[in-house]
Design a protein. Sequence first.
Length: 429
Amino acid sequence: MSSINLHPGVTQKRIFLAWLPLAAMWIFMAVEQPGITAIIARMPEVKKQLAIFGVIFSFSLIIESPIIQMLSAGAALGKNRANYNKLLNSMHLFGIVLTLIHVLIGISPVFDFLILTVVNMPEDFLADSRTAFLVMSPFTASVGYRRLWQGVLIRRGQSKVIPAVMLVRLLTSAVILVLGMFFRFLPGAAVGSLALTIGVIVGAAGSLAFVRQELPRMEWGDEGFTYTSLFYFYYPLALTSFIDLAARPILSVGVARAARPIESLAVWPVVMGFMFLFNSFAKSYQEIVITLSEEPGGQKELKRFAIRMGIIVFVTFQLVVFTPLRDLWFRHVSGLDAELMELLPMSVFFASFVPAIFSSISYNRGVLITTRRTGMVSLGVFINFAAMVTLMFALRLVPEITGATLAAASFFGAMATEALFLVYKRRNG
């Protein structure tokens, strides 16, 4: 059993032991994207394929956005078999509908409009973009099932098994990436999409194997939680993820219309992946807040832990991006050439504040979800979205601002705005 069930009260040690396996899970996922971009950067047509992968990944994330919060739903509601069955049935419906949407977009003129008109990519990017996008068709359903089952494992005190599942997923993706790099059976962006998709499918299968061991031990209890109750609990969370993930392609639109667009479209996913690596420490924290905040002394100790975590990730980020370690990571690991490295300084400066801000957001979202104020969470993300779009258009007025700097500055400003709003709502109801 995990530490969640081993100790009375909430202490910093208990929080750390509960958080560590989930942090490892998110770190594994965070390593995956830089790994993919590093392989793409070592294949033909580097700028083109990196730009395509960044855009396609962003669109795929929007489609999967309604099921992202299945992790939090599983952790909050997976208390018994009745609740679990309702969550699983809902996930079946999500999986079918969202996969159909993905395929229909990919084979229709809608995709041409998104790539050529909305994002404003060159016409010769279209064919490779469509291939990469369609390869990711199973991605959404696989992510949803994996997150639901992992949320239930967290609720059941079995979070310690999650890093093992993620490690197998990561190794699977790595094998496909290496094969794609050497045998070139698909363009770079499509190889990245294939590695990501098959890795997620393997992760879902591993999570299911562990959940099946827990099902016989789950009580059938019925606390009167209906599908209507589930809808009102979950739809604000689904809206939260949709608005949150819509930021990526919208930022791509801004990047494509600022200075040095192709170079910025190639650099931005690399910066985003590096930032996500540090965000992973905070992303893993939301579910810990959900499971522990209602226990004696929970919120006070969880807040202390969030503050300490924010300080540590901020300082560590600075040590990497403002020392020679920057060249080691971005040039030698990520594979950026000298021309693309020129776009890094300002973009990583703004990005360096985001992981610390996300520590605050993760804590406050967790408290609001626990108290069933999920509407405030979605409102916070809407405010984030509005601030990001406003900043993106305002910063385009700055002469010669590169797309990478515009994206990072807009993202930073939006995250800071949401963080302030959530602090206010948590304190004032």
